[in-house]
Design a protein around this ligand. Structure first.
Ligand code: GDP
Ligand code: IMO
Ligand code: MG
Length: 423
């Protein structure tokens, strides 16, 4: 089975980084194909914690080629600081590749992300303010700057000056703020381009050849299904495609080359940023999950909103990404909670529905219909065999399988590489 896609099946932060790192030890190539440094993927190995935003989580394996695909938006400053951080920790980045078609996040994108959020006032999306949306907007507008042009000094200068002029009109006339000067940034960014040039390549060939030669290729999703630009809780979404289809567009291969799609979920639900969240908990149990699960954003440090596991949204992810299995992380966080709830459907205006509604105003009125399960008290962080889990923890996993219609192939019982149960 050479090509596997790993995606988030909720609202992001499901533990994709940890799972990618585990699979990466057996992968020849790991590919990020969408998103940018809005992602925060935590990998814990040998007692060291790594927070990765752009570098694929396969980077800790020195023999794995790590590709930043054409669908990713790359902030060069952030990527270089990540490369420096990894090298300081003794991790080689010689195996890193950036696709020449990937778009570059530039200072005006970050400025415009903040200005548009401010202008939305109480209706803000709660973006990470990393310039992600504005960079994808430029790509769709066809004025974006791609890696291949970024590393060509003359072309970059011309495109950058042109874009600063365009953006200044918006900054001044739409938002009434001070324009920026291209000269304040050009030398700094040319310096970043010089350092990144050696990593830039046509990665679509690398990925295609690897799959064709029966190498193990792993696609590491960022964000999650409900943040997908088309299928998520629009407009409270990101600007890329975290569903499994995004792996194809963002790396330049066709769907027939993919064998497996693995959805990563938490044993409960979290969300950062705004937007409806039917199973959100506003009580002590929600606080308990947040504190015990360290549910604070890897990228922005914001407290994550916490709630019960929602099988309606995971079923939606199973369908829209054709998931072949699920990984359930953080079941250890639920230890000690006497009664656990899993949402199996919603009540909308007196009717029970089992499919995720399209309209946000409908979703906001949805009341979760729960199934209640008994909890467990035993410490499960050291369990490595499914059979050794407390009976109620096993029942919890069986219920997820039953309600989501797909098998659970792995269960996470702690943040470390080793803290997994493979079934
Ligand atoms: P990602 O964005 O999907 O890669 O997830 P994040 O790294 O943003 O958030 C997941 C958090 O949960 C990280 O702090 C992980 O170290 C942690 N984590 C992952 N799996 C488990 C698990 O099974 N148990 C516990 N307790 N923590 C986990
Ligand atoms: P990982 O890969 C959780 C959320 C933001 C906001 C919305 C839009 O770590 O799972 P953006 O900056 O992308 O325009 O913000 O998307 N968001 C994430 N939430 N995990 C992420 O990534 C996210 N990336 C973006 O909080 O609600
Ligand atoms: Mg994250």
């Amino acid at each position: 089975m050479p090509a596997k896609v790993i995606i988030g099946a909720q609202w992001g932060d499901e533990g994709k980084g940890k799972i990618t790192d585990i699979f990466a030890s057996k992968s020849d190539v790991v590919v990020r194909s969408q998103g940018g440094n809005n992602a925060g993927h935590t990998v814990e190995a040998n007692g060291v914690q790594y927070k990765l935003h752009l570098t694929p989580s396969g980077i800790l394996n020195k023999n794995t080629i790590c590709v930043i695909g054409n669908g990713v938006v790359v902030d060069p400053k952030v990527l270089l600081s990540e490369i420096d951080m990894l090298q300081e920790k003794g991790i080689s980045t010689d195996n890193l590749k950036i696709d020449a078609r990937a778009h570059v996040i530039l200072p005006y994108h970050i400025i415009l992300d903040a200005l548009s959020e401010e202008a939305r006032g109480k209706d803000d999306i709660g973006t990470t303010k990393r310039g992600i949306g504005p960079c994808y907007m430029d790509k769709a507008e066809r004025i974006g700057i791609r890696m291949c042009d970024f590393v060509d000094e003359e072309v970059f200068e011309e495109l950058f000056r042109r874009n600063v002029e365009i953006k200044n009109k918006i900054i001044k006339n739409v938002y009434g703020k001070e324009p920026i000067s291209a000269d304040d940034y050009l030398e700094e960014y040319k310096g970043y381009a010089r350092r990144l040039k050696k990593y830039v390549d046509d990665c679509t060939i690398i990925v295609y050849e690897a799959i064709k030669n029966n190498k193990e290729v792993l696609f590491e999703g960022a964000q999650g299904t409900l943040l997908d630009l088309d299928l998520g809780t629009y407009p409270y979404v990101t600007s890329s495609h975290p569903i499994s289809g995004g792996a194809c567009i963002g790396s330049g291969i066709g769907p027939t080359l993919i064998d497996e799609c693995i959805g990563v979920v938490k044993a409960y639900t979290t969300r950062v940023g705004k937007g409806p969240f039917p199973t959100e908990l506003f009580d002590e149990t929600g606080d308990q999950i947040r504190e015990k699960g360290f549910e604070y954003g890897t990228t922005t440090g914001r407290p994550r909103r916490c709630g019960w596991f929602d099988a309606v949204i995971v079923r939606f992810a199973v369908r829209t990404s054709s998931l072949t299995s699920l990984v359930v992380n953080k079941i250890d966080t639920l230890t000690g909670i006497k009664k656990l709830k899993i949402c199996k459907g919603y009540e909308l205006d007196g009717k029970i529905i089992t499919e995720f509604p399209v309209k946000l105003s409908d979703l906001s009125r949805c009341k979760p219909v729960y199934e209640e399960l008994d909890g467990w008290d035993e410490d499960i962080t050291g369990v490595r065999n499914f059979e050794d889990l407390p009976e109620n923890a096993k029942k919890y996993i069986y219920k997820i399988e039953e309600l989501c219609g797909v098998k659970v192939s792995m269960v996470g019982v702690g943040p470390n590489r080793e803290q997994n149960i493979i079934r």
